[in-house]
Design a protein around this ligand. Structure first.
Ligand code: AP5
Ligand code: MG
Ligand code: ZN
Length: 213
């Protein structure tokens, strides 16, 4: 199953991806997580991307498309994958179509988690992420079982550098101007499904599994 999770920053893509990994036994491909790992490793690509991420702007398409090309070629993607946070521009979507065509595979579904902007700021400012596996929690809406400890791998939870009210605004701007046009692109492709992302985490998971079965 080749899936894509779509939605604004903070819509719940990373949170829901964790359930899909377990249910379908396919990897999550989060360009945000890959970029953050490159920053931690202080690679040239990471250092370049950091400038954009700290300002809540999109990293250039050429960098992102290169990352995805390498990642999809890895053997764990053979039985499918969950794209999270990619594509985010029309150029990225077109590059993905071309890549998948060359690999002889199709996109099965694009699941959009719809959450209005008013709810996004609270979600992002209360978020805590695992420093190791990237799992997302929320101090109020989705707390970890033990404070500041990841439920999945027991590593420490941290606050992402771009999770502040200032950056959220530019991230939302980038979403509306550069990413939202993809709704039309994937609707025309006949794979776009919209879900109410404002429900509880477990309710959204149920709706998502129903939509996929
Ligand atoms: P990225 O890491 O992808 O961040 P994002 O798009 O801003 O998305 P988030 O990770 O913030 O949101 P999410 O939907 O995963 O929400 P989550 O599940 O954590 O990208 C970061 C940066 O990298 C970008 O700004 C850009 O610079 C760069 N980048 C990455 N990909 C790129 C690309 N393709 N092209 C160019 N640049 C790129 O949930 C959020 C919070 O809400 C959590 O606290 C969670 O616990 C809580 N929550 C989740 N679901 C619910 C619910 N149902 N009810 C209540 N709370 C909930
Ligand atoms: Mg995420
Ligand atoms: Zn973890």
């Amino acid at each position: 199953m080749n899936l894509m999770l779509f939605g604004a920053p903070g819509a719940g893509k990373g949170t829901q991806a964790k359930f899909l990994i377990e249910k379908y036994n396919i990897p999550q491909i989060s360009t945000g997580d890959i970029l953050r790992a490159a920053i931690t490793d202080k690679t040239d690509m990471g250092m370049e991307a950091k400038k954009f991420m700290d300002e809540g702007k999109l990293v250039p398409d050429s960098t992102i498309i290169g990352i995805i090309k390498d990642r999809l070629a890895e053997t764990d993607c053979k039985n499918g994958f969950i794209l999270d946070g990619f594509p985010r521009t029309l150029a990225q979507a077109e590059a993905l179509s071309e890549l998948m065509k060359n690999m002889n595979i199709n996109l099965d579904k694009v699941i959009s988690l719809n959450v209005p902007d008013e709810l996004i700021v609270g979600r992002i400012t209360g978020r805590r992420v695992c420093s190791k596996c990237g799992a997302s929690f929320h101090v109020e809406f989705n707390p970890s079982k033990e404070e500041n400890v990841c439920d999945y791998c027991a590593s420490e939870l941290i606050i992402r550098k771009d999770d502040n009210a200032q950056t959220v605004k530019s991230r939302l701007d980038a979403y509306h101007t550069q990413t939202a046009p993809l709704i039309d692109f994937y609707t025309k492709m006949g794979v776009f499904i919209e879900l109410d992302g404002t429900k509880d985490v477990s309710e959204v998971t149920k709706d998502m599994i129903n939509a996929l079965s």
